[in-house]
Ligand binder design. Structure first.
Ligand code: ATP
Ligand code: LTN
Length: 340
């Protein structure tokens, strides 16, 4: 940890394998930060259990998440990689923040509104309080910047509101000196890839929990599976890519290809104007296959070296826990707990 560097922190849920939305909208964009910032990246298993999880799969996907970060280029020597449930301060601060949040502000979260609809009358309470736990994740480390996809912007705003509220309620440290309790975090949203849409319904974001087969391209899909999913991608009833206003399904394919190739949207679009949709699908599939293959191979290699992976996770836990406990202790003191 270098105190002169800004803190960058982000996380992915270990539900299923990561998909290309997670990669293009989040993980891939973290790489340049390794040299510039004090980085913490983790697997949010506490967030995963907001919906039912098979224990064996959750455990395996948690290892897979950390292996995925590493395979995508996150060097554990340059960032703290850890697992959320191994650092108790996350759940502890989440409770304190829950008591400082309101039902009204949590009811306004669009992710809660979307996800709760899938649960009929038995909506898990965790889905409702999910963003408070995320705020705790962020505020525990004095985080300055949070690189996430577009869908997380509203949660970031809640984290900022909670930080400001707590700073206002508890302005003095235990020695009576005025100092802000929490750093106010800023979101960092990628310009390209921030919102990869479902291949089956381009009105919905690509999501791990989407039950529709083919909606989501996972980083552990085989070359064949990736090709098949792009081939079957829903576009519209037209046949050729128009110069103006391509439909959402076509835009999504162009975005995905542009984002993998790190080219502007317009440049990729211009290659397909007047051509049949099939060319765009085949090329986008082939770009995705080429980019995903080395990542998939590396994930498998790391997963097979469980001793090494466990060591990385253990080291990350030690570093993260030491940092988080300091902040949690300060919070406990300020709110009037007698402390450790
Ligand atoms: P679920 O939809 O089941 O909640 P998810 O697919 O959104 O899961 P998360 O683990 O919640 O996956 O997201 C991890 C990161 O990936 C976040 O930064 C999020 O903004 C980003 N992300 C998720 N889906 C997309 C997407 N479709 N396009 C771009 N970024 C995305
Ligand atoms: N809610 C996020 C995952 C997440 C997160 C975080 C992201 C949990 N805690 C802290 C950034 C910082 C999501 O992508 N669904």
């Amino acid at each position: 940890m270098n105190p002169s560097k800004k803190v960058v922190l982000s996380a992915v849920q270990p539900t299923n394998s990561a998909h290309i939305g997670n990669y293009l909208g989040a993980i891939k964009n973290w790489i340049p930060y390794l040299e510039l910032y004090d980085c913490l990246f983790f697997a949010v298993d506490l967030h995963s259990i907001t919906v039912n999880q098979d224990p064996t799969e959750l455990r395996e996907n948690t290892y897979r998440s950390i292996a995925t970060y590493m395979a995508c280029g996150i060097d554990p020597a340059k960032a703290t990689l850890f697992v959320q449930s191994q650092v108790p301060a996350h759940a502890e601060l989440a409770w304190v923040l829950t008591c400082n949040s309101s039902m009204g502000e949590l009811s306004r979260m669009t992710q809660y509104k979307d996800k709760s609809q899938r649960h009929g009358t038995h909506i898990p309470t965790g889905l409702f309080t999910y963003p408070v736990l995320m705020a705790a994740d962020i505020l525990l480390y004095g985080t300055h910047l949070v690189p996430v996809g577009e869908d997380q912007k509203q949660h970031l705003e809640l984290a900022r509101d909670l930080a400001e509220r707590m700073n206002h309620r508890y302005p003095k440290d235990s020695a009576g000196v005025e100092s802000p309790l929490f750093q106010i975090p800023e979101p960092m949203i990628a310009k390209v890839g921030a919102r990869v849409m479902s291949l089956q319904d381009p009105a919905l974001k690509m999501s791990k929990s989407d039950p529709s087969p083919g909606a989501c391209v996972f980083l552990n899909d085989s070359d064949k599976e990736i090709e098949k999913k792009f081939k079957r991608a829903v576009t519209d009833s037209g046949t050729e890519v128009p110069a103006e206003n391509p439909s959402p399904g076509i835009q999504n394919l162009i975005q995905i290809q542009a984002s993998f190739l790190e080219e502007p949207f317009e440049k990729v679009h211009s290659r397909y104007i007047g051509k049949q949709y099939g060319y765009l699908k085949v090329d986008t599939a082939s770009v995705a296959v080429e980019k995903i293959r080395p990542i998939r191979t590396e994930i498998d290699k790391i997963l097979n070296d469980r001793d090494y992976l466990t060591k990385v996770i253990r080291k990350g836990q030690e570093t993260a826990a030491a940092r988080a406990e300091k902040v949690r202790n300060e919070v406990y003191k300020r709110i009037g707990f007698i402390g450790q």
